[in-house]
Design a protein around this ligand. Structure first.
Ligand SMILES: [Zn+2]
Length: 245
């Protein structure tokens, strides 16, 4: 799917609301070029890391997919399977939350920006649509770049081209696994605040049955497709910045 097909997201799990209230600035950080040892762990630092964020959690249930299935639990199940699949490919991956905890969008962004992941993926699920929607940040217009600092509400701007490149490549790979996939832009936090290549995915059932989201078979299919898509594109992204000890 080409970038020209990107359009504004108008529905979903209900978490795509544009909220730009924070004026905090984050220090601008340039990504370091990729090194020949990409994908290898050197000393105590991992040069490539995928940080997976199961959206919602704790008191924030997300959408109630049915009376017994809150979105937060489905997101966590998909995230754990994706972590395992990436690990099977030899790619280090961590979860931003691995239990039922409450995190604000700002807390999530702060964690991402301190970890400097190679790629950040936040996972949502929904009863609407079919297959996977890959979402890039839709940034608001900002008048000033504030020199060495990035406005919090558009901190993603420096990394947006990389985010769109990866998303553009990931989407057709997902389709090759038999899953409907499309690209969208949305003002979805914390994507706007993340200083790393980043996208969100929103997972919907293929058969219209919300119970499919909770099935082991469907979760395996989604996580396998996503892991293959991510592994195929991660070499295009810079290694994590900072010293390698
Ligand atoms: Zn959601």
């Amino acid at each position: 799917m080409r970038l020209s097909k990107i359009q504004a997201l108008g529905s979903g799990c209900g978490c795509v609301a544009a909220i730009f209230l924070c004026s905090v600035l984050v220090a601008r950080q340039e990504a370091r070029p990729s090194s020949p040892t990409s994908g290898q762990q050197t000393g105590a630092r991992i040069e490539r890391l995928v940080l997976i964020d199961p959206a919602h959690g704790g008191s924030d249930t997300g959408a109630m997919l049915n009376p017994a299935i809150p979105e937060k639990d489905v997101n966590l199940a998909f995230a754990r399977r994706l972590r395992q699949e990436l690990s099977n490919h030899g790619l280090p991956a961590q979860l931003l939350r691995d239990e039922d905890t409450t995190l604000t969008a700002d807390q999530r962004a702060a964690r991402v920006n301190s970890e400097h992941p190679t790629l950040y993926i936040t996972i949502h699920s929904t009863s609407l649509g079919s297959g996977i929607t890959v979402i890039n940040a839709l940034l608001p217009a900002v008048a000033s770049t504030h020199g060495l600092f990035l406005p919090w509400q558009t901190a993603q701007s420096t990394w947006l081209a990389q985010s769109r490149l990866v998303s553009t490549l990931v989407t057709p790979t997902i389709e090759r696994w038999g899953l409907p996939a499309r690209l969208l832009l949305a003002p979805l936090r914390p994507l706007n605040n993340v200083t790393a290549p980043a996208f969100a995915i929103e997972i919907a059932p293929m058969n219209g049955d919300i119970l499919q989201l909770a099935s082991v078979e469907y979760q395996r299919l989604i996580s396998t497709a996503m892991a293959n898509a991510v592994v195929g594109t991660l070499g295009l992204l810079p290694a994590r910045p900072g010293p390698i000890s």
